[in-house]
Design a binder for this molecule. Structure first.
Ligand SMILES: Nc1ncnc2c1ncn2[C@@H]1O[C@H](COP(=O)(O)OP(=O)(O)OP(=O)(O)O)[C@@H](O)[C@H]1O
Ligand SMILES: [Mg+2]
Length: 464
């Protein structure tokens, strides 16, 4: 019989108790996320004999210096032994906790054929979504133990955009949401430095040092804000579910029936191996634009095209418009490159589409002027109203626009190696009716900001 007393913070307890298939513990640096993972893994191993868990970091040195080092400090050696060669804790009840890393794509092969009850990613934004979903497929087993993937992370990092899209955009923190496509139940549990009274007590200068960081890092590391990260082009982007109804301080809103007299536009960026993008916009009496529909030729793997011919795309557009837009005038804009000769006797892409009854005008493709139009339109006025909204059904635009980063070579412009197709197409519509610069008003701080709340600790005593 061993006796172990551990104290966890209120948010660590929430993370440990979370009942969802995918759990994300995310936010400020030092909130106690990695420690929370270790306590949770330990208790799971003790509770479920012969269970197998995997804890991942991107590289082995990171594992060794942080999470393995921490586990050695408090894992009870009466019931578990650390095998440093295999990077594994072996428990007397035959449970295993294995530490692993995925420095490059071929490291994934090491997990081929492996089976785990729980996979845990520490610093999830250092991983790609492909690595995440691949490792998720390793979660299986014949026992009836709860199967979960539990992650902890700070904002920022190469995976910032997909993590934000998967767990945070359009969702309410601390509430389980079921993904419509996959049926997976997900929860995001925000973590703040102030939650971690152990650290706040032990190192009184810690918060002060975070306060001295540059703006973007300070927001990410001190407040755990996900809207800000270095290099994000449209840092003013807000997808705020609380603003859906009154349309204030949110660019994403619920769909509504568009009044018949509003002007309508369709805009197009061709792609074959890369996704093609078609977006429909309406403009109200004040010139405010609403992206109300999209048709995005993506396989489901980000930035991979469905390889449709121009004719097939045109037919899909025509079907949608015959069904949804009967009798309405829609002005089409497209990338001027679709009028270029293709070398085939079918003519240009534009001509092929015209033969299917889908017509476009040449869009203006000045990149920087177009980018400024997006900034001017995203800016909020005093009442929190922007000049550009997105229906929440335009999920690829909502996923890709906030993820765009600056080009390191031409730092004023968007890096064109990213998934920028819907953004590119949108610029043709906005450039057809440019607006004057607008100064932006900052939205109020996130509603779950914790500075006002007293942190609390929950004592737990475990006998096993
Ligand atoms: N419940 C706890 N009991 C004792 N110490 C704790 C507890 N939670 C966290 N700590 C300590 O607080 C410090 C920060 O915690 P931890 O490393 O888990 O934070 P983090 O959120 O993972 O930080 P980062 O964002 O930098 O990765 C560590 O020294 C950790 O051991
Ligand atoms: Mg950590």
């Amino acid at each position: 019989m061993a006796d172990l007393t551990l104290t966890v913070t209120a948010t660590q307890k929430q993370f440990m108790d979370a009942d969802a298939d995918e759990v994300l513990f995310g936010g400020a640096a030092g909130g106690g996320k990695s420690y929370g993972q270790l306590v949770d893994a330990l208790l799971y191993a003790l509770k479920y004999p012969q269970s197998r868990q995997l804890i991942l970091r991107r590289s082995f040195p990171e594992l060794e210096h942080s999470i393995i080092f921490s586990s050695l400090k408090f894992y009870p050696t009466k019931v578990a032994k650390y095998k440093s060669g295999a990077h594994t804790w072996e428990f007397t009840n035959q449970s295993l906790i294995e530490f692993g890393y995925l420095a490059n794509e071929k490291d994934m092969l090491r997990y081929q054929g492996a089976e785990y009850d729980v996979v845990r990613f520490d610093e999830l934004t250092h991983f790609t979504e492909e690595q995440y979903t691949y490792l998720m497929s390793r979660i299986r087993g014949v026992n009836n133990y709860p199967k979960q993937v539990k992650s902890s992370t700070n904002p920022g990092g190469i995976g910032h955009s997909w993590v934000k899209r998967r767990f945070i955009d359009g969702t309410e923190p601390n509430k389980v949401q079921t993904d419509k496509e996959s049926g997976m139940r997900r929860i995001f549990i925000p973590s703040f430095v102030q939650d971690n009274l152990f650290l706040m007590e032990a190192d009184k200068g810690y918060q002060k040092r975070l306060e001295l960081l540059p703006e973007a890092e300070r927001k990410a590391l001190l407040y755990g804000e996900w809207e800000i990260f270095d290099g994000q082009v449209f840092a003013e982007w807000k997808n705020n579910p609380k603003g859906y109804l009154n349309r204030r301080f949110s660019h994403v809103i619920s769909p509504f029936p568009i009044p018949p007299h509003w002007r309508r536009f369709r805009t197009f960026d061709f792609g074959y191996a890369k996704p093609f993008a078609v977006s429909w916009f309406a403009m109200d009496e004040d010139g405010r634009a609403y992206n109300y529909r999209e048709l995005y030729g993506c396989t489901g793997t980000p930035d991979e095209g469905v390889r449709w011919t121009a004719q097939k795309i045109a037919r899909a557009i025509r079907e949608i418009e015959e069904r949804e837009e009967k009798g309405r005038t829609i002005t089409g804009y497209a990338d001027p490159a679709i009028w270029n000769a293709t070398g085939s006797n079918e003519g240009s892409i534009a001509e092929m589409m015209e033969r299917e009854g889908v017509y476009f005008e040449k869009g203006k493709n000045q990149r920087l002027a177009g980018k400024m139009q997006v900034h001017y339109r995203l800016a909020f006025d005093e009442e929190g109203l922007p000049m550009l909204y997105f229906f929440d059904t335009c999920k690829h635009m909502i996923r890709t626009l906030p993820g765009l980063r600056y080009d390191s070579v031409s730092p004023e412009d968007v890096d064109t190696r990213q998934e920028d197709h819907l953004y590119d197409a949108m610029k043709y519509v906005l450039m057809s009716d440019p607006i004057a610069p607008r100064a932006s008003v900052s939205p109020p701080s996130v509603s779950y900001h914790p500075l006002m709340e007293e942190p609390s600790a929950v004592e737990k005593r475990f006998v096993f």
